[in-house]
Design a protein around this ligand. Structure first.
Ligand code: NAD
Length: 528
Protein backbone atom coordinates (compact mmCIF):
# COMPACT_ATOMS: atom_id res chain seq x y z
CA UNK A 1 0.00 0.00 0.00
CA UNK A 2 1.26 3.49 -0.88
CA UNK A 3 0.46 6.42 1.40
CA UNK A 4 0.72 10.15 0.99
CA UNK A 5 0.40 12.85 3.63
CA UNK A 6 0.85 15.86 1.38
CA UNK A 7 -1.55 18.79 1.59
CA UNK A 8 -1.12 20.07 -1.97
CA UNK A 9 -2.17 18.00 -4.96
CA UNK A 10 1.08 16.44 -6.16
CA UNK A 11 1.85 15.90 -9.81
CA UNK A 12 3.99 13.11 -11.26
CA UNK A 13 6.39 14.19 -13.97
CA UNK A 14 9.69 12.44 -13.26
CA UNK A 15 10.99 8.98 -12.59
CA UNK A 16 9.85 7.92 -9.16
CA UNK A 17 12.48 6.36 -6.93
CA UNK A 18 11.29 3.79 -4.42
CA UNK A 19 13.47 4.41 -1.37
CA UNK A 20 13.62 1.22 0.65
CA UNK A 21 15.75 0.29 3.64
CA UNK A 22 19.38 -0.84 3.40
CA UNK A 23 20.06 -3.53 5.96
CA UNK A 24 23.04 -5.85 6.12
CA UNK A 25 24.01 -4.94 2.55
CA UNK A 26 20.55 -5.61 1.12
CA UNK A 27 17.82 -3.32 -0.16
CA UNK A 28 14.67 -4.37 1.69
CA UNK A 29 11.08 -3.07 1.57
CA UNK A 30 9.51 -2.11 4.90
CA UNK A 31 7.62 -4.94 6.58
CA UNK A 32 4.41 -2.87 6.51
CA UNK A 33 4.83 -2.07 2.80
CA UNK A 34 3.77 1.48 3.68
CA UNK A 35 5.41 4.39 1.87
CA UNK A 36 5.27 8.18 1.95
CA UNK A 37 5.50 10.47 -1.11
CA UNK A 38 8.66 12.52 -1.58
CA UNK A 39 8.14 15.77 -3.47
CA UNK A 40 10.34 18.11 -5.47
CA UNK A 41 9.85 21.40 -3.56
CA UNK A 42 10.25 23.47 -6.73
CA UNK A 43 7.06 22.17 -8.36
CA UNK A 44 5.45 19.72 -5.88
CA UNK A 45 5.85 16.79 -8.26
CA UNK A 46 6.28 13.36 -6.73
CA UNK A 47 9.86 12.14 -7.20
CA UNK A 48 9.97 9.23 -4.80
CA UNK A 49 8.27 7.03 -2.28
CA UNK A 50 10.05 6.45 0.98
CA UNK A 51 9.64 3.41 3.22
CA UNK A 52 7.82 3.87 6.51
CA UNK A 53 9.64 1.45 8.77
CA UNK A 54 8.23 -0.20 11.85
CA UNK A 55 9.73 -1.92 14.86
CA UNK A 56 10.47 -5.14 13.01
CA UNK A 57 12.57 -3.25 10.40
CA UNK A 58 14.34 -1.30 13.12
CA UNK A 59 15.13 -4.51 14.96
CA UNK A 60 16.53 -6.12 11.81
CA UNK A 61 18.81 -3.14 11.13
CA UNK A 62 20.08 -2.88 14.70
CA UNK A 63 20.76 -6.63 14.84
CA UNK A 64 22.70 -6.42 11.56
CA UNK A 65 24.81 -3.56 12.95
CA UNK A 66 25.32 -5.48 16.18
CA UNK A 67 26.46 -8.60 14.32
CA UNK A 68 28.94 -6.57 12.25
CA UNK A 69 30.44 -4.86 15.31
CA UNK A 70 32.92 -7.51 16.56
CA UNK A 71 34.87 -7.83 13.32
CA UNK A 72 34.62 -4.12 12.39
CA UNK A 73 35.78 -2.96 15.82
CA UNK A 74 38.67 -5.42 15.89
CA UNK A 75 40.17 -4.00 12.68
CA UNK A 76 42.90 -1.42 13.18
CA UNK A 77 41.86 2.22 13.08
CA UNK A 78 44.24 2.58 10.14
CA UNK A 79 42.43 -0.15 8.18
CA UNK A 80 39.04 1.45 8.83
CA UNK A 81 40.41 4.86 7.83
CA UNK A 82 41.73 3.30 4.62
CA UNK A 83 38.20 2.31 3.59
CA UNK A 84 37.00 5.79 4.52
CA UNK A 85 39.71 7.25 2.27
CA UNK A 86 38.35 5.28 -0.71
CA UNK A 87 34.88 6.59 0.15
CA UNK A 88 36.29 10.15 0.18
CA UNK A 89 37.51 9.73 -3.43
CA UNK A 90 34.17 8.25 -4.51
CA UNK A 91 32.30 11.22 -3.07
CA UNK A 92 34.56 13.58 -4.99
CA UNK A 93 34.00 11.76 -8.25
CA UNK A 94 30.21 11.56 -7.69
CA UNK A 95 29.78 15.09 -6.30
CA UNK A 96 27.78 16.39 -9.29
CA UNK A 97 25.41 13.44 -9.30
CA UNK A 98 24.78 13.76 -5.54
CA UNK A 99 24.33 17.53 -5.86
CA UNK A 100 21.68 17.00 -8.55
CA UNK A 101 19.74 14.76 -6.19
CA UNK A 102 20.00 17.44 -3.48
CA UNK A 103 18.72 20.13 -5.86
CA UNK A 104 15.76 17.91 -6.77
CA UNK A 105 14.68 16.76 -3.33
CA UNK A 106 15.75 19.70 -1.14
CA UNK A 107 15.46 22.73 -3.45
CA UNK A 108 18.97 24.17 -2.95
CA UNK A 109 20.59 25.85 -5.93
CA UNK A 110 23.36 23.83 -7.57
CA UNK A 111 26.20 25.78 -5.93
CA UNK A 112 24.70 25.26 -2.48
CA UNK A 113 24.12 21.57 -3.23
CA UNK A 114 27.76 21.10 -4.28
CA UNK A 115 28.81 22.85 -1.06
CA UNK A 116 26.58 20.46 0.92
CA UNK A 117 28.57 17.55 -0.56
CA UNK A 118 31.98 19.22 -0.22
CA UNK A 119 31.43 20.23 3.42
CA UNK A 120 30.26 16.74 4.34
CA UNK A 121 33.32 15.31 2.65
CA UNK A 122 35.53 17.53 4.85
CA UNK A 123 34.37 15.53 7.87
CA UNK A 124 35.14 12.35 5.93
CA UNK A 125 38.64 13.73 5.37
CA UNK A 126 39.00 14.53 9.08
CA UNK A 127 37.95 10.98 9.97
CA UNK A 128 40.76 9.66 7.75
CA UNK A 129 43.26 11.27 10.11
CA UNK A 130 41.83 9.58 13.21
CA UNK A 131 44.64 6.99 13.38
CA UNK A 132 46.84 9.92 14.47
CA UNK A 133 44.21 11.91 16.36
CA UNK A 134 42.78 9.16 18.57
CA UNK A 135 46.04 7.64 19.71
CA UNK A 136 46.20 6.71 23.37
CA UNK A 137 48.65 8.21 25.86
CA UNK A 138 51.18 6.61 28.19
CA UNK A 139 52.96 8.13 31.16
CA UNK A 140 54.91 7.06 34.26
CA UNK A 141 52.66 7.95 37.20
CA UNK A 142 54.66 6.49 40.08
CA UNK A 143 57.77 4.38 40.69
CA UNK A 144 57.55 1.38 38.33
CA UNK A 145 53.93 2.32 37.55
CA UNK A 146 52.69 3.47 34.14
CA UNK A 147 49.24 4.50 33.05
CA UNK A 148 48.09 4.23 29.47
CA UNK A 149 44.76 4.64 27.78
CA UNK A 150 43.05 3.58 24.60
CA UNK A 151 39.75 4.48 23.00
CA UNK A 152 37.19 1.72 22.54
CA UNK A 153 34.11 2.13 20.32
CA UNK A 154 30.66 2.00 21.91
CA UNK A 155 28.87 -0.51 19.65
CA UNK A 156 25.76 0.28 17.58
CA UNK A 157 25.13 3.99 17.25
CA UNK A 158 22.11 5.67 15.68
CA UNK A 159 22.02 8.90 13.70
CA UNK A 160 18.77 10.82 13.09
CA UNK A 161 19.01 13.74 10.70
CA UNK A 162 16.95 16.69 9.36
CA UNK A 163 16.01 17.71 5.81
CA UNK A 164 18.11 20.82 5.33
CA UNK A 165 21.50 19.26 4.45
CA UNK A 166 20.78 15.84 2.91
CA UNK A 167 24.49 14.95 2.61
CA UNK A 168 26.44 17.09 5.08
CA UNK A 169 24.49 16.46 8.30
CA UNK A 170 24.54 12.63 8.02
CA UNK A 171 28.29 13.01 7.48
CA UNK A 172 28.69 14.93 10.73
CA UNK A 173 28.14 11.54 12.37
CA UNK A 174 28.90 8.65 10.01
CA UNK A 175 32.64 9.08 9.28
CA UNK A 176 33.81 9.64 12.86
CA UNK A 177 31.45 7.02 14.32
CA UNK A 178 32.69 4.45 11.80
CA UNK A 179 36.44 5.08 11.91
CA UNK A 180 36.37 5.03 15.71
CA UNK A 181 35.03 1.46 15.29
CA UNK A 182 31.27 1.72 15.79
CA UNK A 183 28.60 0.34 13.49
CA UNK A 184 25.75 2.62 12.48
CA UNK A 185 22.03 2.78 11.74
CA UNK A 186 21.08 6.02 9.97
CA UNK A 187 17.53 7.39 9.84
CA UNK A 188 17.48 10.00 7.04
CA UNK A 189 14.84 12.71 6.83
CA UNK A 190 11.73 11.35 5.13
CA UNK A 191 11.60 14.64 3.18
CA UNK A 192 15.00 14.08 1.48
CA UNK A 193 15.79 10.35 1.50
CA UNK A 194 17.12 10.02 -2.07
CA UNK A 195 20.65 11.36 -1.52
CA UNK A 196 21.66 8.95 1.25
CA UNK A 197 19.94 6.07 -0.54
CA UNK A 198 22.42 6.66 -3.38
CA UNK A 199 25.34 7.20 -0.98
CA UNK A 200 25.02 3.71 0.51
CA UNK A 201 25.99 2.32 -2.89
CA UNK A 202 29.20 4.35 -2.64
CA UNK A 203 29.79 3.01 0.86
CA UNK A 204 29.56 -0.48 -0.63
CA UNK A 205 31.93 0.40 -3.49
CA UNK A 206 34.42 1.80 -0.97
CA UNK A 207 34.53 -1.59 0.77
CA UNK A 208 32.55 -1.18 3.98
CA UNK A 209 31.53 -4.70 5.08
CA UNK A 210 27.88 -5.68 5.24
CA UNK A 211 26.03 -4.52 8.35
CA UNK A 212 28.55 -1.79 9.24
CA UNK A 213 26.23 0.90 7.82
CA UNK A 214 22.47 0.43 7.67
CA UNK A 215 19.67 2.75 6.59
CA UNK A 216 16.22 2.68 8.11
CA UNK A 217 13.76 5.09 6.54
CA UNK A 218 10.63 6.41 8.17
CA UNK A 219 9.42 8.94 10.68
CA UNK A 220 8.62 9.09 14.38
CA UNK A 221 7.98 5.34 14.87
CA UNK A 222 11.37 4.46 13.39
CA UNK A 223 13.08 7.06 15.61
CA UNK A 224 11.53 5.92 18.88
CA UNK A 225 12.10 2.28 17.94
CA UNK A 226 15.79 2.98 17.34
CA UNK A 227 16.26 4.90 20.59
CA UNK A 228 14.49 2.22 22.64
CA UNK A 229 16.29 -0.74 21.08
CA UNK A 230 18.36 -2.39 23.84
CA UNK A 231 21.34 -3.00 21.52
CA UNK A 232 21.70 0.70 20.64
CA UNK A 233 24.41 2.39 22.71
CA UNK A 234 24.33 6.03 21.57
CA UNK A 235 22.22 8.45 19.53
CA UNK A 236 23.05 11.58 17.60
CA UNK A 237 20.14 13.79 16.60
CA UNK A 238 19.98 16.97 14.52
CA UNK A 239 16.63 18.71 13.96
CA UNK A 240 14.09 20.99 15.58
CA UNK A 241 14.28 21.86 19.29
CA UNK A 242 11.12 20.11 20.52
CA UNK A 243 12.15 16.82 18.89
CA UNK A 244 15.78 17.26 20.00
CA UNK A 245 14.60 17.64 23.59
CA UNK A 246 12.30 14.61 23.43
CA UNK A 247 15.07 12.47 21.89
CA UNK A 248 17.53 13.61 24.54
CA UNK A 249 15.07 13.00 27.39
CA UNK A 250 14.25 9.53 26.06
CA UNK A 251 17.94 8.62 25.79
CA UNK A 252 18.65 9.97 29.26
CA UNK A 253 15.85 7.84 30.75
CA UNK A 254 17.47 4.80 29.16
CA UNK A 255 21.02 5.79 30.20
CA UNK A 256 22.15 6.13 26.57
CA UNK A 257 24.72 8.58 25.40
CA UNK A 258 23.07 11.30 23.30
CA UNK A 259 23.93 14.53 21.60
CA UNK A 260 20.89 16.34 20.21
CA UNK A 261 21.25 19.57 18.26
CA UNK A 262 18.13 21.70 17.98
CA UNK A 263 16.98 24.89 16.30
CA UNK A 264 18.43 28.40 16.35
CA UNK A 265 17.75 32.12 16.38
CA UNK A 266 21.02 33.69 15.27
CA UNK A 267 21.68 37.39 15.80
CA UNK A 268 23.97 39.60 13.74
CA UNK A 269 25.04 42.82 15.45
CA UNK A 270 26.23 45.68 13.23
CA UNK A 271 28.18 48.43 14.98
CA UNK A 272 28.35 52.02 13.70
CA UNK A 273 31.96 51.41 12.56
CA UNK A 274 31.15 48.39 10.36
CA UNK A 275 31.98 48.42 6.67
CA UNK A 276 28.54 48.96 5.13
CA UNK A 277 29.14 47.24 1.76
CA UNK A 278 30.74 44.03 3.01
CA UNK A 279 28.39 43.82 6.00
CA UNK A 280 25.30 44.17 3.79
CA UNK A 281 26.56 41.45 1.41
CA UNK A 282 27.37 39.09 4.26
CA UNK A 283 24.03 39.64 6.02
CA UNK A 284 22.11 38.83 2.83
CA UNK A 285 24.17 35.69 2.12
CA UNK A 286 23.64 34.57 5.71
CA UNK A 287 19.87 35.05 5.90
CA UNK A 288 18.81 34.20 2.33
CA UNK A 289 21.31 31.46 1.39
CA UNK A 290 19.67 28.00 1.15
CA UNK A 291 16.35 29.92 1.39
CA UNK A 292 17.13 30.61 5.05
CA UNK A 293 16.98 26.90 5.91
CA UNK A 294 20.31 26.70 7.71
CA UNK A 295 20.67 26.38 11.45
CA UNK A 296 23.51 28.91 11.11
CA UNK A 297 21.45 31.41 9.08
CA UNK A 298 21.09 34.95 10.36
CA UNK A 299 17.56 35.66 11.43
CA UNK A 300 17.83 38.91 13.39
CA UNK A 301 19.92 41.94 12.42
CA UNK A 302 20.49 44.37 15.27
CA UNK A 303 21.78 47.69 13.93
CA UNK A 304 23.44 49.68 16.68
CA UNK A 305 23.25 53.48 16.57
CA UNK A 306 24.37 56.04 19.09
CA UNK A 307 22.97 59.20 20.64
CA UNK A 308 25.36 61.65 18.98
CA UNK A 309 24.03 63.91 16.20
CA UNK A 310 24.01 61.80 13.01
CA UNK A 311 24.58 58.65 15.11
CA UNK A 312 21.82 56.83 13.26
CA UNK A 313 22.91 57.66 9.71
CA UNK A 314 24.87 54.47 9.16
CA UNK A 315 21.84 52.50 10.39
CA UNK A 316 19.84 53.82 7.46
CA UNK A 317 22.59 53.28 4.87
CA UNK A 318 23.22 49.71 6.03
CA UNK A 319 19.51 48.88 6.01
CA UNK A 320 19.11 50.40 2.55
CA UNK A 321 22.02 48.32 1.14
CA UNK A 322 20.69 45.12 2.74
CA UNK A 323 17.28 45.70 1.12
CA UNK A 324 18.85 46.54 -2.26
CA UNK A 325 21.06 43.45 -2.29
CA UNK A 326 18.25 41.13 -1.15
CA UNK A 327 15.90 42.57 -3.82
CA UNK A 328 18.37 41.51 -6.52
CA UNK A 329 17.99 37.80 -5.67
CA UNK A 330 16.13 35.81 -8.31
CA UNK A 331 14.23 32.58 -7.95
CA UNK A 332 15.70 29.40 -9.37
CA UNK A 333 18.15 26.57 -8.85
CA UNK A 334 21.01 28.05 -10.87
CA UNK A 335 24.09 29.46 -9.12
CA UNK A 336 23.35 32.69 -7.25
CA UNK A 337 19.56 32.20 -7.33
CA UNK A 338 17.28 31.18 -4.47
CA UNK A 339 15.35 27.93 -4.37
CA UNK A 340 12.03 27.09 -2.68
CA UNK A 341 11.47 26.05 0.91
CA UNK A 342 11.03 22.39 1.67
CA UNK A 343 7.25 21.88 1.79
CA UNK A 344 3.81 23.45 1.95
CA UNK A 345 3.70 23.24 5.77
CA UNK A 346 6.96 25.13 6.03
CA UNK A 347 5.73 27.77 3.57
CA UNK A 348 2.53 28.23 5.58
CA UNK A 349 4.53 28.63 8.77
CA UNK A 350 6.82 31.28 7.26
CA UNK A 351 3.89 33.24 5.81
CA UNK A 352 2.17 33.00 9.20
CA UNK A 353 5.13 34.74 10.86
CA UNK A 354 5.09 37.57 8.28
CA UNK A 355 1.35 38.10 8.73
CA UNK A 356 1.69 38.04 12.50
CA UNK A 357 4.47 40.67 12.32
CA UNK A 358 2.18 42.90 10.22
CA UNK A 359 -0.53 42.58 12.84
CA UNK A 360 1.98 43.47 15.54
CA UNK A 361 2.78 46.76 13.77
CA UNK A 362 6.07 45.79 12.08
CA UNK A 363 6.93 47.13 8.60
CA UNK A 364 7.48 44.66 5.75
CA UNK A 365 10.35 46.37 3.93
CA UNK A 366 10.77 43.57 1.39
CA UNK A 367 7.90 41.14 0.83
CA UNK A 368 8.82 37.68 -0.46
CA UNK A 369 5.17 36.66 -0.63
CA UNK A 370 5.13 38.07 -4.18
CA UNK A 371 6.91 34.86 -5.29
CA UNK A 372 3.95 32.79 -4.15
CA UNK A 373 1.72 34.13 -6.90
CA UNK A 374 3.95 32.61 -9.59
CA UNK A 375 3.58 29.08 -10.85
CA UNK A 376 6.35 26.59 -11.64
CA UNK A 377 9.31 28.08 -13.55
CA UNK A 378 8.19 31.58 -12.61
CA UNK A 379 5.15 31.57 -14.94
CA UNK A 380 2.18 33.58 -13.76
CA UNK A 381 -0.30 31.45 -11.89
CA UNK A 382 -3.70 31.03 -13.41
CA UNK A 383 -6.12 32.96 -11.19
CA UNK A 384 -8.60 30.07 -11.10
CA UNK A 385 -6.03 27.30 -10.70
CA UNK A 386 -6.17 27.35 -6.91
CA UNK A 387 -3.04 25.27 -6.47
CA UNK A 388 0.33 26.98 -6.27
CA UNK A 389 3.00 24.60 -7.56
CA UNK A 390 6.18 24.58 -5.55
CA UNK A 391 6.95 26.17 -2.22
CA UNK A 392 8.29 29.51 -3.32
CA UNK A 393 8.79 32.52 -1.09
CA UNK A 394 11.26 35.30 -1.81
CA UNK A 395 13.65 37.13 0.52
CA UNK A 396 11.71 39.09 3.13
CA UNK A 397 12.81 41.86 5.47
CA UNK A 398 10.75 42.92 8.49
CA UNK A 399 11.51 46.07 10.47
CA UNK A 400 10.27 45.58 14.01
CA UNK A 401 9.39 48.35 16.41
CA UNK A 402 8.72 46.00 19.30
CA UNK A 403 11.37 43.49 20.32
CA UNK A 404 8.73 41.09 21.65
CA UNK A 405 7.27 40.45 18.15
CA UNK A 406 6.94 36.72 17.48
CA UNK A 407 9.08 36.63 14.32
CA UNK A 408 11.90 38.30 16.23
CA UNK A 409 11.94 35.61 18.90
CA UNK A 410 11.00 32.27 17.33
CA UNK A 411 12.75 30.16 14.71
CA UNK A 412 11.19 30.98 11.32
CA UNK A 413 13.49 28.77 9.20
CA UNK A 414 12.92 30.59 5.94
CA UNK A 415 14.36 33.57 4.02
CA UNK A 416 13.11 36.15 6.52
CA UNK A 417 15.30 38.75 8.23
CA UNK A 418 14.04 40.59 11.29
CA UNK A 419 15.68 44.00 11.69
CA UNK A 420 15.66 46.00 14.90
CA UNK A 421 17.41 49.25 15.71
CA UNK A 422 19.17 49.39 19.07
CA UNK A 423 20.64 52.40 20.86
CA UNK A 424 23.56 50.78 22.66
CA UNK A 425 25.92 47.84 22.66
CA UNK A 426 24.42 46.62 25.92
CA UNK A 427 20.92 46.57 24.46
CA UNK A 428 22.19 44.42 21.57
CA UNK A 429 23.77 41.98 24.02
CA UNK A 430 20.63 41.91 26.16
CA UNK A 431 18.46 41.00 23.16
CA UNK A 432 20.86 38.30 21.96
CA UNK A 433 21.41 36.80 25.38
CA UNK A 434 17.75 36.73 26.38
CA UNK A 435 16.73 34.50 23.48
CA UNK A 436 16.34 30.85 24.44
CA UNK A 437 18.61 29.54 21.67
CA UNK A 438 22.41 29.57 21.69
CA UNK A 439 23.69 28.41 18.33
CA UNK A 440 25.48 31.27 16.56
CA UNK A 441 25.94 35.05 16.64
CA UNK A 442 28.13 37.51 14.75
CA UNK A 443 29.46 41.02 15.18
CA UNK A 444 30.31 43.43 12.35
CA UNK A 445 32.93 46.06 13.13
CA UNK A 446 36.24 47.39 11.84
CA UNK A 447 37.64 47.58 15.38
CA UNK A 448 39.22 44.49 16.95
CA UNK A 449 38.70 45.78 20.49
CA UNK A 450 34.98 46.30 19.86
CA UNK A 451 34.73 42.76 18.51
CA UNK A 452 36.42 41.38 21.62
CA UNK A 453 33.98 43.25 23.88
CA UNK A 454 31.16 41.37 22.20
CA UNK A 455 32.65 37.89 21.88
CA UNK A 456 33.35 37.92 25.62
CA UNK A 457 29.69 38.63 26.41
CA UNK A 458 27.54 36.91 23.78
CA UNK A 459 25.71 33.76 24.94
CA UNK A 460 26.04 31.47 21.90
CA UNK A 461 28.67 28.88 21.11
CA UNK A 462 29.66 29.61 17.50
CA UNK A 463 30.65 33.25 17.13
CA UNK A 464 31.62 35.22 14.06
CA UNK A 465 33.56 38.44 13.65
CA UNK A 466 32.61 39.86 10.25
CA UNK A 467 31.51 36.30 9.34
CA UNK A 468 27.76 35.73 9.13
CA UNK A 469 27.85 31.92 9.00
CA UNK A 470 30.58 31.11 11.54
CA UNK A 471 30.74 27.32 11.08
CA UNK A 472 33.81 26.02 12.92
CA UNK A 473 35.58 23.52 10.67
CA UNK A 474 37.44 20.47 11.94
CA UNK A 475 39.32 19.99 14.20
CA UNK A 476 37.02 22.52 15.91
CA UNK A 477 33.76 20.93 16.85
CA UNK A 478 30.22 21.92 15.83
CA UNK A 479 27.34 22.39 18.25
CA UNK A 480 25.22 24.95 20.04
CA UNK A 481 25.46 26.04 23.66
CA UNK A 482 24.53 23.39 26.19
CA UNK A 483 21.58 24.46 28.32
CA UNK A 484 19.82 26.31 25.50
CA UNK A 485 17.21 25.11 22.97
CA UNK A 486 20.06 24.68 20.44
CA UNK A 487 21.70 21.73 22.19
CA UNK A 488 20.55 18.96 24.50
CA UNK A 489 22.90 16.22 25.55
CA UNK A 490 26.52 16.21 26.29
CA UNK A 491 28.94 16.90 23.49
CA UNK A 492 29.45 18.53 20.12
CA UNK A 493 28.80 16.52 17.00
CA UNK A 494 32.00 16.90 14.95
CA UNK A 495 35.70 17.48 15.50
CA UNK A 496 37.48 16.40 18.64
CA UNK A 497 34.18 16.49 20.58
CA UNK A 498 32.94 13.65 18.38
CA UNK A 499 35.96 11.45 19.11
CA UNK A 500 35.07 11.76 22.77
CA UNK A 501 31.40 11.05 22.06
CA UNK A 502 31.92 7.89 20.01
CA UNK A 503 34.47 6.21 22.28
CA UNK A 504 35.03 5.08 25.82
CA UNK A 505 38.47 5.78 27.27
CA UNK A 506 39.91 2.64 28.82
CA UNK A 507 42.70 3.38 31.33
CA UNK A 508 45.25 0.71 32.17
CA UNK A 509 47.55 1.15 35.14
CA UNK A 510 50.42 -1.36 35.29
CA UNK A 511 53.22 -2.03 37.72
CA UNK A 512 56.30 -3.95 36.78
CA UNK A 513 59.15 -4.22 39.30
CA UNK A 514 62.47 -2.61 38.30
CA UNK A 515 64.36 -4.92 35.95
CA UNK A 516 66.15 -7.63 37.92
CA UNK A 517 68.12 -9.50 35.30
CA UNK A 518 70.97 -11.87 36.34
CA UNK A 519 74.46 -10.61 35.49
CA UNK A 520 75.29 -13.79 33.55
CA UNK A 521 72.59 -12.67 31.08
CA UNK A 522 73.59 -9.02 30.77
CA UNK A 523 77.31 -9.80 30.58
CA UNK A 524 78.03 -7.10 33.18
CA UNK A 525 79.88 -9.56 35.46
CA UNK A 526 82.61 -10.17 32.85
CA UNK A 527 83.30 -6.45 32.43
CA UNK A 528 83.95 -5.91 36.14
P1 NAD B 1 12.58 17.77 12.54
O1 NAD B 1 12.85 17.89 13.98
O2 NAD B 1 11.19 17.90 12.07
O3 NAD B 1 13.09 16.34 12.00
C1 NAD B 1 14.39 15.87 12.27
C2 NAD B 1 14.36 14.34 12.29
O4 NAD B 1 13.53 13.90 13.36
C3 NAD B 1 13.80 13.73 11.03
O5 NAD B 1 14.55 12.60 10.69
C4 NAD B 1 12.37 13.35 11.41
O6 NAD B 1 11.90 12.21 10.72
C5 NAD B 1 12.47 13.06 12.89
N1 NAD B 1 11.26 13.43 13.63
C6 NAD B 1 10.38 14.41 13.33
N2 NAD B 1 9.41 14.47 14.28
C7 NAD B 1 9.70 13.53 15.20
C8 NAD B 1 9.09 13.12 16.42
N3 NAD B 1 7.99 13.70 16.88
N4 NAD B 1 9.67 12.11 17.11
C9 NAD B 1 10.79 11.50 16.67
N5 NAD B 1 11.41 11.86 15.51
C10 NAD B 1 10.89 12.87 14.79
O7 NAD B 1 13.54 18.82 11.81
P2 NAD B 1 13.56 19.23 10.28
O8 NAD B 1 12.36 20.04 9.97
O9 NAD B 1 13.87 18.05 9.43
O10 NAD B 1 14.87 20.16 10.22
C11 NAD B 1 14.84 21.54 10.51
C12 NAD B 1 15.27 21.82 11.94
O11 NAD B 1 16.56 21.26 12.17
C13 NAD B 1 15.40 23.30 12.24
O12 NAD B 1 14.85 23.55 13.50
C14 NAD B 1 16.90 23.54 12.24
O13 NAD B 1 17.33 24.63 13.02
C15 NAD B 1 17.39 22.24 12.79
N6 NAD B 1 18.79 22.00 12.47
C16 NAD B 1 19.69 22.20 13.47
C17 NAD B 1 21.05 22.03 13.21
C18 NAD B 1 22.07 22.26 14.29
O14 NAD B 1 23.23 21.98 14.07
N7 NAD B 1 21.68 22.74 15.45
C19 NAD B 1 21.47 21.65 11.93
C20 NAD B 1 20.52 21.45 10.94
C21 NAD B 1 19.17 21.64 11.23
Amino acid sequence: MMMTTTSTTPTCKKDITIVNNYINGEILPPSSNHYLDVQDPSDSSVIGRVALSELVDVDQAVRAAHAAFPSWSSMTTKARAGIMLSFHSLIKSHARELASLIVMENGKNITEALADVAKGNETVEYACSLPQLMQGRIDAVSTDVTCRDRRDPLGVVVSIVPFNFPFMVPHWTLPIALVTGNTVVLKPSEKVPLTMFRVVELFEMAGFPKGVINLVNGTRDAVTGLIDHPLVRAVTFVGSSPVAKSVSDRCRALDKRCTALGGAKNHLIALPDCDVESTASDVVVSYAGCAGQRCMAASVLLIVGDDRPGGGAHQESLLRRVIEKASEIQRGMEPGKMGPVIDAQSLDKIVGYIEQAEREGAEILLDGRSWMTSGANGTKKDAGEGDVRGNWIGPTIILHHDRSDQAMNEEVFGPVLSVYRVGSWQEAIDIENSNPYGNAAAIYTTNGGHAEWFVRRVRASMLGINVGIPVPREPFSFGGLYGTKSKYGDMDITGDGAIEFFTNRIKITSKWPAPCVPEYVTGLAKQQ
